[in-house]
Design a protein around this ligand. Structure first.
Ligand code: ADP
Ligand code: GLC
Length: 478
């Protein structure tokens, strides 16, 4: 079976968040399932540079939303790549989505419309003899492909599946861009691509893709509710039978405490933790402390509940706990975190994006905090599990599905792996921090939590089998 995965980011070439990890890991994981997956990416400078020599042009279009575009097929970063080389859209420095002023590129709608258009062309007509049976689309950036596919000759060849990684980003554009985006006016209505008077690329995908998925079972259910659906819950409820929740895995070769090149001490059991924690304290300028060293590695946005951590810091610090954070994002959170670090010797903050440091932070922490307001899956709590870094998480989305709360029943049964809290507010987080400190104060209990955590299967095998089954189901239905 041949699948073309279509996304705006992909590890190891370009990454702003977990989407890139997932897109980069799926092809390898699916190989074992007999799925041949290529990845279609925009030709940003980093992607063009990562494309190995010998890439071949397999498709070209003279006027692709304002300039010429062509698809290069080759390998890069260990992946079978199709790269959309369209300099007028993608040859820009910095973030894939933002200009130097920190704002979305004004032509983002056209940029990702082009990605969807080319995906549809490859699916409808093939490219140099390779034609996918399935288009696997990720987030709004690929959302228009199913609409384009419907209007193309050969469009019936491929089935489509759209995976929602984050419904907060919907790819909205004013309605007067319909023609410019090559969308037929017939689809501009509330049961089509219209979202409160605008065009929504995500909604287009949600309406017109054959199947939908998201990255955890709990989030799949949450998405059908007004509290989480961000205005698309009605549509998702109506399509609930077509919507699956498939939990992400992590790359367990990259996140392997027994082989991690970035660590002070590699470890197969919780024993290596002490050396890594000491190294992390030294690196972050933190003294020894009696309580747990809590860590965070995160984008700093409202989703991630960083404000809750700031509000409840005293309840951690009073118990002799500490916080070491690596993150970047909204200026207000960056500043507040810097202030908290200046004011408290038990708080240390690194603002920035640093892959190697993220390994040392997660390996050195006693606990990892993920107090997200919503979290489709979340990957850092999975890294935490693997490294015996106990996750303290909001009971939402994939966090709820991956961490077993250390309640009395789970402790007695010997299966707990972390701490959950709900609702997502200051009081509940403060209470959870206090529970975490209680658990940490009992070494036998804590070590058992760490052992349980490190034993959890967090790789891609299960998810790969579920995606492969989804693809096969779609193929059979066609
Ligand atoms: P999201 O995709 O919503 O940001 P995830 O938990 O799914 O959340 O994925 C985030 C990914 O980005 C993880 O791989 C995490 O380690 C990484 N990450 C986030 N912030 C940083 C940072 N400042 N430095 C290094 N890696 C980071
Ligand atoms: C999104 C979500 C995150 C998820 C990631 C990969 O960025 O915010 O929860 O883990 O996508 O699916």
């Amino acid at each position: 079976m041949q699948v073309l995965s279509v996304a705006s980011e992909c590890v190891p070439l370009v990454k702003t968040g977990g989407l890139a990890d997932v897109v980069g890991a799926l092809p390898g994981a699916l190989k074992a399932e007999g799925v041949d997956m290529a990845v279609l990416l925009p030709g940003y400078p980093a992607v063009m540079a990562g494309l190995g020599a010998g890439a071949q042009e397999v498709l070209a279009e003279e006027d692709l939303f304002g300039g010429p575009g062509r698809v290069l097929r080759g390998t890069g970063g260990g992946l079978d790549l199709m790269v959309l080389d369209a300099p007028h859209l993608f040859d820009r420095p910095g973030s894939p989505y933002l200009g130097a002023d920190g704002r979305d590129w004004p032509d983002n709608a056209e940029r990702y419309a082009a990605l969807g258009w080319i995906a549809a062309r490859i699916a409808a007509q093939g490219a140099a003899g390779w034609q996918p049976d399935i288009l696997h689309l990720h987030d709004w950036q690929a959302g228009l492909a199913p609409v384009y596919l419907r209007g193309m000759e050969g469009g019936g060849h491929a089935r489509t599946i759209l995976t929602i990684h984050n419904i907060a980003f919907q790819g909205l554009t004013p309605a007067n861009r319909l023609d410019a985006l090559r969308l037929p006016s017939a689809v501009f209505h509330p049961e089509g691509v219209e979202y409160y008077g605008q065009i929504s690329a995500l909604k287009a995908g949600l309406v017109f893709a054959d199947r939908l998925s998201t990255v955890s079972p709990t989030y799949a259910t949450e998405l059908t509710t007004p509290a989480f659906g961000m205005g698309l819950d009605g549509l998702l409820s109506a399509r609930a039978a077509d919507l699956s929740g498939i939990l992400n895995g992590i790359d367990d070769a990259v996140w392997d405490p027994a082989a991690d090149a970035d660590l002070a001490t590699r470890y197969k059991t919780p024993r290596g933790k002490a050396a890594n924690r000491a190294a992390l304290r030294a690196e972050f300028g933190l003294a020894d402390a009696p309580g747990p060293l809590c860590v965070i590695v995160s984008r700093l946005t409202e989703q991630k509940g960083i404000d809750l951590v700031l509000d409840t810091l005293p309840s951690l610090l009073e118990r002799g706990g500490q916080l070491a954070l690596l993150g970047s994002g909204d200026a207000q959170y960056e500043e507040a975190l810097r202030r908290a670090a200046d004011a408290n010797p038990g708080v240390a903050v690194r603002i920035g994006y640093d892959e190697a440091l993220s390994h040392r932070v997660i390996a050195g922490g006693d606990a990892i905090l993920v107090p997200s307001r919503f979290e489709p899956c979340g990957l850092t709590q999975l890294y935490g599990l693997r490294y015996g870094t106990i996750p303290l998480v909001a009971r939402t989305g994939g966090l709820a599905d991956t961490v077993i709360d250390a309640n009395p029943a789970a402790l007695r049964a010997g299966v707990a792996t972390g701490v959950q809290f709900a609702p997502v507010n200051d009081d509940a987080l403060a209470h959870a921090m206090s529970r975490l400190c209680d658990l940490f104060a009992e070494p036998a209990v804590w070590t058992k939590l760490q052992r349980n955590a490190m034993k959890q299967p967090v790789g891609w095998a299960t998810a790969a089998a579920e995606y492969a089954a989804l693809y096969r189901g779609l193929e059979q239905a066609s």
